[in-house]
Design a protein around this ligand. Structure first.
Ligand SMILES: Cc1cc2nc3c(=O)[nH]c(=O)nc-3n(C[C@H](O)[C@H](O)[C@H](O)COP(=O)(O)O)c2cc1C
Length: 414
């Protein structure tokens, strides 16, 4: 199948209004306005973060379906992409329905970064490209890439300049942190260097590199960046509810929020956050049937993209998200990790969603000791291992029939 051309990559998604946004120091977010940077126009202000190992095409599509206005690939290393490494092309897989689409690349060598950019935009058909300037991993930092760039605004300028030059009219963004280790150069000179070299927007994770992915999010540091540049700033870090998204925007003046872990297993968070930003009333989570359908769709697309063997391994962590914070989540997670066949995992997903509902219903009607007895009984009498996968035996006949596929993952790699 031929690759979608750059021209096919429609850049706008239906705008809610046509009033241009006004990026700039402390520019307030106006609910409902599209977020514009470069030739990109995003209808929503909830963006799906790049997450290594997770941000594959099926997850990105799920995030978009539930309201993320943009969803990034995981970090793709520029060196192998520029050398047309097969595995790297595979990691950068993009579905033709992903429009607009966003890739993130990582590297410190301007020539390689420019080559990788041309491949990402012209050949793979991505609409916009982000430069990773926050990866804390030692191996990446040792090469002067990722978070190492936070120590050297002049190298930020060189890399952004090269990438912008190679990207044509595709907008280039950077994703930074508040600093390298909480001392020395702050995010402001880095942001200014990026803007000066032509970056169209900046995403900032409100933690420095030494914090990795935990600890307090520094709203003041994000606000300082917002105040120091005229391009839109996207705030990131522990946005895991509509309230925390509104807090991020109100505390920093950022134009949009980027959500990572908070949406794992609950991709409708993007929709909920977007509604909160627009001041719309909250809506209940999707019904269980729709949640199950999402999980099955995610599973099925992961199998289509990676094949059963690799796909089953890849999907394990996704499955664990769906079992988070729920009765018997650990047991189901264990069963999915032991499962080797796609249909075993699909069956576990169906079983769990249905069982969860029943258990929840019973749990609210039971006292604490009765609940303990019920769960004990359920595990002792109802639970049964079969082929390492089946965990619960449901006595009633309410199994969920497999749902038809909605489309196909098209291999757009080389
Ligand atoms: C497992 C994991 C992998 C990540 N991979 C990437 C990545 O490939 N590129 C990137 O820019 N950030 C990456 N991040 C950082 C996230 O994009 C995000 O900045 C961080 O998780 C904070 O947002 P959150 O609190 O909403 O998750 C990763 C984070 C985690 C936890």
């Amino acid at each position: 199948m031929s690759r979608p051309s750059r021209a096919d990559a429609v850049v706008t998604s239906e705008p809610e209004t046509t009033t241009p946004a006004a990026p700039g120091p402390g520019a307030p977010v106006t609910a409902g306005e599209p977020l514009r940077y470069g030739r990109l126009e995003l209808t929503g202000r909830a963006i799906c973060a790049p997450i290594c190992g997770a941000s594959k095409a099926p997850y990105r599509m799920l995030a978009r379906r539930f309201g993320a206005s943009l969803a990034y690939t995981e970090m793709i290393k520029a060196t192998p992409l520029a050398r047309r490494d097969r595995k790297t092309f595979w990691l950068a897989e993009r579905h033709p329905e992903e429009t607009p689409s966003a890739i993130q690349i990582c590297g410190a060598n301007p020539v390689e970064m420019a080559d990788a950019t041309r491949i990402a935009i012209d050949e793979l058909g991505f609409t916009t490209l982000d430069i990773n300037m926050g990866c804390p991993v030692r191996k990446v930092v040792r090469e002067g890439a990722g978070a190492a760039m936070l120590k050297d605004p002049s190298s930020v300028a060189r890399v952004v300049d090269a990438v912008v030059g190679a990207a044509g009219d595709a907008p280039v963004t950077v994703k930074i942190r508040t600093g390298f280790d909480g001392s020395g150069i702050s995010a402001v000179p880095v942001a200014k260097a990026a803007e000066g070299a032509g970056a169209a927007a900046i995403a900032i994770h409100g933690r420095h590199r030494s914090q990795h992915h935990s600890g307090d999010v520094d709203f003041d540091a994000i606000a300082d960046v917002v105040a120091s540049v005229r391009i839109p700033v996207i705030g990131n870090g522990s946005v895991n509810s509509p309230e925390s998204a509104v807090r991020m925007i109100e505390s920093t003046g950022c134009a949009a929020v980027m959500i990572g872990r908070g949406a794992f297993g609950t991709p409708w968070l993007f929709r909920d956050v977007q509604r909160a930003i627009q001041g719309l009333p909250a809506v209940p989570p999707p019904p269980m049937e729709e949640q199950l359908e999402c999980a099955l769709w995610h599973h099925e697309r992961t199998m289509m993209l990676f094949g059963e063997e690799v796909g089953s391994r890849v999907f394990r962590k996704f499955a664990a998200w769906y079992f988070r914070n729920a009765p018997y989540g650990n047991q189901f997670r264990g069963a999915v990790y032991r499962a080797t066949k796609a249909d075993e995992v699909a069956r576990l997903l169906r079983e769990w969603f249905e069982h969860r509902e029943k258990l929840m219903t019973r749990a609210t009607a039971l006292g604490e000791s009765e609940l303990a007895a019920f769960i004990g009984g359920a595990t002792a009498e109802g639970a049964q291992e079969r082929g390492g996968a089946r965990l619960f035996v449901l006595n009633d006949d309410d199994g969920c029939a497999p749902r038809p596929a909605r489309g196909t993952i098209v291999n757009s790699g080389s």
